[in-house]
Design a protein around this ligand. Structure first.
Ligand SMILES: *[C@@H]1O[C@H](CO)[C@@H](O)[C@H](O)[C@H]1NC(C)=O
Ligand SMILES: *[C@@H]1O[C@H](CO)[C@@H](O)[C@H](O)[C@H]1NC(C)=O
Ligand SMILES: *[C@@H]1O[C@H](CO)[C@@H](O)[C@H](O)[C@H]1NC(C)=O
Ligand SMILES: CC(=O)N[C@H]1CO[C@H](CO)[C@@H](O)[C@@H]1O
Length: 498
């Protein structure tokens, strides 16, 4: 910037002030154009601003006919005087992709909004099909559309999450039940999420008044280890402990009572995760739960509100991606593989029908004579299909193992909501068989053409990156996918609270 010259002549001063005015006028014109561009979808293409219907492709469970009222239009702007030009030609172009950000930040002025207004803004942005051009321009080719229910909705929602979402982690709660991630074994996903969330700088805020979501940072596995009395078959002490905790934070802070816990969430992979929430009514009903045990038949997990948490078995926490990968289709000679204990109602039926089949390897616990020849993991790497029957509970660590070893998972667990079901299209890369159809399992698997199988196998490989833990989280990895599902489901709920 030129410094003011004390000896400047009157004419040069006039020239400078003229320039400033011209610049201001140009800015004003540009801003108006941008505002009109941004306003058009709201003014002309969206339903009346006080009534928003759920877009059928947005929800995962809600009745599409359900309508809810919005408190007020998010952005109220004057109607343009002339008829709007067509959308594409009206887009004001700036250098690169930046016009997207400018386009909406000017209208929406996100930082000036309250967290609730920001959520409503994000919701409208995602629901409005007029926003579709935004993501084709911003498409990054990192997402493979066939894996998703609607990849444009996912991409848009993810972008908005990165831009908007803020999370408050309650500092309360003593170790080891709280703040102590366990990174190994079959419950590892709750530990990894806890660790990566607590280390996170992008989404976590110190100031809870800025938060959209509140995290209850406990481990369901540590809760079991610390409080459960072995052989007691009594989960009451665990649920009373959590009830106490929730009562503590709801009297200490104002945030719980504002939504009765609906913007609070937990992440729990232990089978008992859902059952330990039952002693506190609001906690059981309202709090968002990311659960491995995603069973809709028990009345605790609710599709569209809660998140089916992938169960990931981590054997070596320092190298979570060890052993990843599998054989190409041509080197997968076994039709289907299962080995495991006879937990629950499904597995004995599976064995009854298929243990003796020559094309498949269906075992109880993997026999030593077999394991000496070929390990469990190697079986998965060389089979076409990996059978993932429920155990005592609906979930199975085999689903993610199959994805890691590039084996197409076959899920047998009625009432189970598969992981990240809000956004993923499980038909693209898995086979879901009803429990009653176990006798027809071989027929069903052989009925899948080679061509179809090759595409499913390819999809499994492309899906893999969305199921990986990284010590430093990467875009679209498992940490971000879980976070995104929480964000997405919160957006799904948000207007019901108002
Ligand atoms: C995805 O969602 C958008 C926005 O709701 C919609 O316009 C589009 O038709 C959907 N695409 C598919 C393939 O369903
Ligand atoms: C709740 O607060 C009480 C009183 O401060 C404390 O004794 C108790 O340990 C707390 N419970 C939990 C689960 O944090
Ligand atoms: C929230 O509500 C509970 C139950 O009504 C009450 O005991 C508690 O004091 C309230 N918390 C705050 C911070 O006002
Ligand atoms: C994408 C999706 O799952 N949409 C669902 C929304 O809710 C309706 C009604 O419950 C379902 O029919 C849709 O499948």
């Amino acid at each position: 910037m030129p410094v003011d010259h004390p000896r400047a002549t009157a004419s040069s001063r006039r020239l400078r002030s003229w320039r400033r005015r011209a610049l201001a006028a140009a800015l004003l014109a540009t801003t108006t154009a941008i505002i009109l561009t941004c306003a058009i979808p709201y003014l002309f293409f969206s339903p009346p601003p006080t009534l928003v219907s759920f877009h059928p492709s947005f929800n995962s469970s809600r009745d599409a006919s359900q309508r809810v009222s919005l408190p007020a239009p998010l952005v109220s702007l004057p109607k343009p005087l002339s008829p709007p030009p067509t959308r594409r030609s009206s887009d004001v172009k700036f250098a690169g992709n930046d016009h997207l950000k400018i386009r909406c930040s000017i209208v929406a002025d996100l930082p000036a909004m309250s967290p609730d207004e920001q959520l409503l803004y994000a919701r409208l942005e995602i629901e409005n099909p007029e926003n579709a051009p935004l993501d084709s321009e911003d498409a990054d080719d990192e997402l493979y559309a066939p894996l998703f229910r609607n990849v444009s909705v996912f991409r848009r929602s993810y972008q908005l999450m990165e831009k908007i979402l803020k999370i408050y982690i309650y500092p309360d709660g003593k170790r080891p039940i709280f703040h102590t991630p366990n990174l190994r074994g079959i419950y590892a996903s709750e530990g990894w999420f806890l660790k990566l969330m607590e280390e996170n700088k992008k989404f976590v805020v110190k100031d809870p008044t800025k938060a959209h979501l509140f995290y209850l940072p406990y481990s369901s596995r540590q809760l079991e280890l610390a409080i459960y009395i072995p052989e007691s078959h009594d989960l009451k002490p665990l649920s009373h402990f959590l009830k106490d905790y929730v009562n503590n934070i709801s009297s200490k802070y104002p945030f719980w009572n504002r939504t009765k816990g609906a913007d609070h969430f937990l992440v729990a992979c232990h089978d008992w995760g859902p059952y330990t929430t039952t002693a506190h009514e609001e906690f059981r009903k309202n709090t968002m739960k990311a659960l491995c045990n995603a069973d809709v038949s028990e009345g605790i997990f609710v599709r569209g509100k809660d998140v089916s948490l992938p169960e990931t078995t981590i054997r070596t926490p320092r190298k979570p991606l060890r052993f990843l990968g599998g054989r190409p289709v041509s080197q997968r000679s076994i039709l289907a593989f299962f080995a495991g204990n006879m937990h629950g109602r499904v597995r004995p039926v599976l064995l009854k029908y298929w243990e003796k089949d020559k094309d498949m390897r269906i075992y109880g616990p993997l026999p030593n004579r077999v394991a000496r020849e070929m390990s469990y993991i190697h079986h998965m790497k060389t089979s076409r299909f990996c059978i993932c029957p429920m155990g005592y509970e609906v979930n199975s660590p085999r689903i993610v193992e199959a994805i890691y070893y590039e084996c197409v998972p076959v899920i047998i667990a009625d009432n189970f909501v598969p992981p990240l079901d809000e956004v993923l299209d499980w038909n693209a890369f898995s086979v879901i068989i009803a429990e009653k159809d176990i006798p027809k399992m071989k027929e069903i698997l052989l009925g899948i053409s080679l061509r179809k199988y090759v595409s499913m196998h390819d999809n499994v490989k492309r899906l893999q990156k969305h199921f990986l833990w990284h010590n430093k989280p990467e875009k679209y990895d498992l940490f971000h996918m879980i976070l995104h599902s929480l964000w997405f489901n919160r957006l799904n709920q948000v207007q019901l609270q108002q």
